[in-house]
Each structure stands twice: as structure tokens, then as C-alpha cells.
Design a binder for this molecule. Structure first.
Ligand SMILES: Cc1cc2nc3c(=O)[nH]c(=O)nc-3n(C[C@H](O)[C@H](O)[C@H](O)COP(=O)(O)O)c2cc1C
Length: 195
């Protein structure tokens, strides 16, 4: 008998933020769906400067949520619904700005408000210019989030959008999918909640 797809029946929320690497999130959404997941994309307003919500809507067949004050679904409150239903939240690419907001519990855009509202595991895939990535404040925020149980993938060392070589390149979508499978596998092994 053929084995089921690894993410069959899973509801994934993909947060896309304002990085030059945002275009790679389209392939990521596609790959996650190929693994059987239902994918809901949420975006910051900055992210829409790099790639349009329509791209993700067409790829996923689901509404794409950008403005938390403009509900687009029959759900009572979009971010609360998504946060509660998600099996996994992936923020890819994740800007320095969103890393900082999550680290400080800010919830003022569709991505951070959903991250705050979920108990699902969260994977962060940072993408930024090398000096930004090496900035001690960014490093401190990442260290804090890791300590709090947020999962990270990348960034990689390589050619950046500026043409420079260095740390800060978004991990390839295939690597992010592999991390998602790992984390979902791990989250399944958690003991059931106490009654
Ligand atoms: C062309 C361009 C590319 C950018 N790429 C990145 C990036 O890769 N990573 C990053 O952290 N910020 C990047 N920025 C800066 C962010 O877009 C900016 O900090 C923005 O406020 C982030 O908004 P958000 O975090 O709400 O999505 C870039 C800005 C421009 C103009």
C-alpha cells in the first residue's frame, strides 16, 4: 500500500515578511502542499511590496490575510482562528524586524499577532543582509527565541541579494520543508495535555 504524504491532514500557516527573499515563499507554499498540507498564507504589509497576495492565493486556493482589521473570511477573528487551528506556523522569510517583534511579544501585524495567538510550534527562517544578521541585537533576539522553544532553520552562508557573500541567505525551500517534517514529527511525540 502506498504511504500517505508526510503532511496529509495538517494545517500550516506560512507567514511571509518584507524580505527580498519573499519570492521563495511561493515555492515553499507549493512544496508544503505537495506534502499534503493545507497552507494558509499571512503576510506583513511590507511583504506585499515584494510579492503579491494574489500569487499565494492562486497557489494555495486559500484566502491570504494581510490586514488584521479587514476580515476576509467567515471566521470570527482570523488570527485567533488560524492560531488555534494551525499544526505548525512557519515564518519564511523572516525579517530582523519580525524576529525582534516576536522576541518582545509585539502583535501589531497579521504575522506577529498570529504567532502570539498560537500554541503550535513555530519555525523561523531568517533572511537578511549579513551586517543585519550579525548585529548583536538580532543575535540576542534569536538566542532568546531559541531558548523559548522557537525552531530555526538557517540562515545560510552564500551570495546575498546585495551581491555580497555572507551569512543571511534564506534556506532553500526544500530545507525548510525538511525542518517542518522534523518539527511536526517532534511535536507529535509530545505527551497529551494534562486533563
Ligand atoms: C529592497 C529591500 C530588501 C529588503 N530585504 C530585507 C531582508 O532580506 N531582510 C530584512 O530583515 N529586511 C529587509 N528589508 C527591510 C525590511 O523590508 C523592513 O525592515 C521592513 O520594515 C520589514 O517589515 P516587516 O518586518 O513588517 O515585514 C529590505 C528592504 C528593502 C527596501
Amino acid at each position: 500500500m502506498a504511504e500517505g504524504k508526510a503532511l496529509e491532514g495538517k494545517m500550516l500557516v506560512l507567514g511571509v515578511t518584507g524580505s527580498i527573499a519573499a519570492y521563495k515563499a511561493a515555492l515553499l507554499a507549493r512544496l508544503l502542499m505537495e506534502q499534503g498540507a493545507g497552507v494558509y498564507v499571512i503576510m506583513t504589509h511590507s511583504a506585499t511590496k515584494f510579492v503579491t497576495p494574489l500569487t499565494f492565493q492562486a497557489l494555495t486556493g486559500n484566502p491570504v490575510l494581510v490586514d488584521m482589521f479587514t476580515p476576509q473570511t467567515p471566521w470570527q477573528i482570523d488570527h485567533v482562528y488560524l492560531g488555534a487551528k494551525a499544526d505548525l506556523v512557519i515564518v519564511a522569510p523572516c525579517t530582523a524586524n519580525i524576529i525582534a517583534k516576536i522576541a518582545y511579544g509585539l502583535a501589531e501585524d497579521m504575522v506577529t499577532v498570529t504567532v502570539m495567538a498560537t500554541k503550535a510550534p513555530v519555525i523561523i527562517a531568517p533572511a537578511m543582509e549579513v551586517n543585519m544578521y550579525q548585529n548583536p541585537v538580532v543575535q540576542e533576539n534569536i538566542a532568546k527565541l531559541k531558548k523559548l522553544g522557537y525552531h530555526f532553520v538557517g540562515p545560510e552562508t552564500g551570495r546575498l541579494a546585495t551581491g555580497r557573500e555572507g551569512e543571511g541567505r534564506l534556506s532553500e525551500p526544500e530545507k525548510i520543508v525538511a525542518r517542518a517534517l522534523e518539527v511536526i514529527g517532534r511535536s507529535r511525540k509530545l505527551p497529551p495535555p494534562r486533563k
